[in-house]
Design a protein around this ligand. Structure first.
Ligand code: AMP
Length: 396
């Protein structure tokens, strides 16, 4: 059996999975939370059974060691698990790292160099790579970039309409994020519909989780996506508001004295669903709407309005649409969100089947009616499996 250890190091967490890249089976998975602060916890699921314990994880090195020992306690010895490589999710690859890559000193230096484009994410990813290299010195470490799938976006979609020289000098362009998910889900959708390799297949993928992004995909290649230089642009998200007039930031700086750091916090942590409603989780928002909370209703309406705008825009960019796919935590699980998001889009040929929309399935499924001109799907994303597959393909 061959397996890949997939690591996704966030600023205060380390998610891990031991994945069979062929079957997609996750023999073991888990997360260390509150890395770097007091009260760290590790939860581990082995063969479907979950356990959670408190432990100390002052940094990602300690979190990696904690993962190793906790898994060993649960009967999973990583040294004899048939691991062939460690695959790392790395958020930003910048202009030059556009494909999954075996990490060496040069690559690590480049990931560090582009960290200024993703200051919240890349430093944690680098910590994850360093600690895994120390823990598993004999295994290749492969970096899989969130930005890679969108690296060849058409110039008209990737270029900001600002001073060209300044943009070139500072590598300012629209990079796009969640690329591993958009690539995996659009390929799954095409395969499910028996249309892989169809160069005309026009897809809109809606990755709606805590972070959220949309992409327009033609024949398996992306032609536009909602996130830009950073993961702040586009849809309304848990704590990020997506599209905003940049003038708002200038104005807040001038009239309210907000510094760059204040604006950073506002945009990344105090906007979106949390900013408007004070509610941090989509499920809690949905139940507040259900209970008649007006602020929650307005928040959901803003979220839906933005989503519909992107669906319409991407239908225009693609010159029509064959498939709309929902994925990630909200997209896969919220029946009401899917129904409300597509309300009023019948003019595009979208018709949801209420009964199918309420159904459940572990794999891809259709939720549109048989007569709907556009096929609407729910496709579970699996970034870990996608990273594991990229990892084995890269070392092959
Ligand atoms: P992700 O980032 O893909 O893990 O998605 C996390 C988001 O999915 C959170 O905002 C959750 O509230 C949301 N979510 C998870 N399950 C459900 C559900 N059953 N209904 C609505 N939202 C959900």
């Amino acid at each position: 059996m061959s397996a890949v250890l997939v690591l996704n190091a966030g600023s205060s967490s380390l998610k891990f999975q031991v994945v069979d890249p062929e079957t997609g089976e996750a023999h073991a998975k888990g997360i260390v939370e509150r890395v770097g602060s007091k009260g760290s916890t590790i939860s581990v699921t082995v063969d479907g059974e979950e356990s959670e314990t408190s432990a100390s994880a002052p940094d990602h090195g300690a979190a990696t060691e904690l993962m190793r020992t906790t898994l060993a306690d649960r009967g999973v010895d990583l040294a004899s698990s048939g691991l062939v490589a460690v695959g790392h999710r790395v958020v930003h690859g910048g202009r030059s790292l556009t494909e999954p890559t075996v990490v060496d000193d040069k690559v690590l230096a480049e990931i560090e160099r582009v960290a200024e484009l993703a200051p919240l994410h890349n430093p944690a990813n680098i910590d994850g790579i360093r600690s895994a290299t120390k823990a598993f010195p004999d295994l290749p470490q492969v970096a899989v970039f969130d930005t890679a799938f969108f690296s060849d976006l058409p110039a008209e979609a990737s270029t900001y309409a600002i001073d060209r020289e300044l943009a070139d000098k500072h590598a300012i362009r629209r990079y796009g994020f969640h690329g591993t998910s958009h690539e995996f889900v659009s390929a799954e959708a095409a395969r499910f519909l028996g249309r892989e390799g169809d160069a005309d297949l026009k897809q809109i993928v809606l990755h709606l989780g805590n972070g959220a992004s949309a992409s327009a995909v033609r024949g398996g290649r992306p032609v536009d996506t909602s996130m830009g230089l950073t993961p702040l642009e586009g849809l309304v998200m848990g704590t990020r508001g997506g599209d905003i007039d940049p003038g708002v930031l200038l104005h807040l700086h001038r009239v309210a004295g907000l510094s760059v750091s204040d604006l950073d916090t506002l945009l990344n942590k105090k906007s979106g669903i949390l900013g408007v409603s004070g509610i941090g989780d989509f499920r809690d928002l949905a139940s507040a709407v259900h209970d008649g909370d007006d602020d929650a209703r307005l928040t959901l309406d803003i979220y839906l309005h933005r989503l519909r705008k992107y669906i319409g825009a991407y239908a225009a960019v693609l010159g029509g649409v064959d498939v709309v796919t929902f994925t990630a935590g909200v997209g896969e699980n919220s029946v009401e969100l899917r129904e409300e998001a597509l309300k009023g889009l019948e003019f595009l040929g979208i018709r949801i089947d209420g009964r199918r929309n309420k159904g459940k399935n572990d794999g891809p499924r259709v939720i549109s009616t048989d007569s709907s001109a556009v096929t609407v799907l729910v496709v579970p994303t699996n970034e870990e499996l996608a990273i594991a597959r990229h990892t084995v393909a890269t070392i092959a």
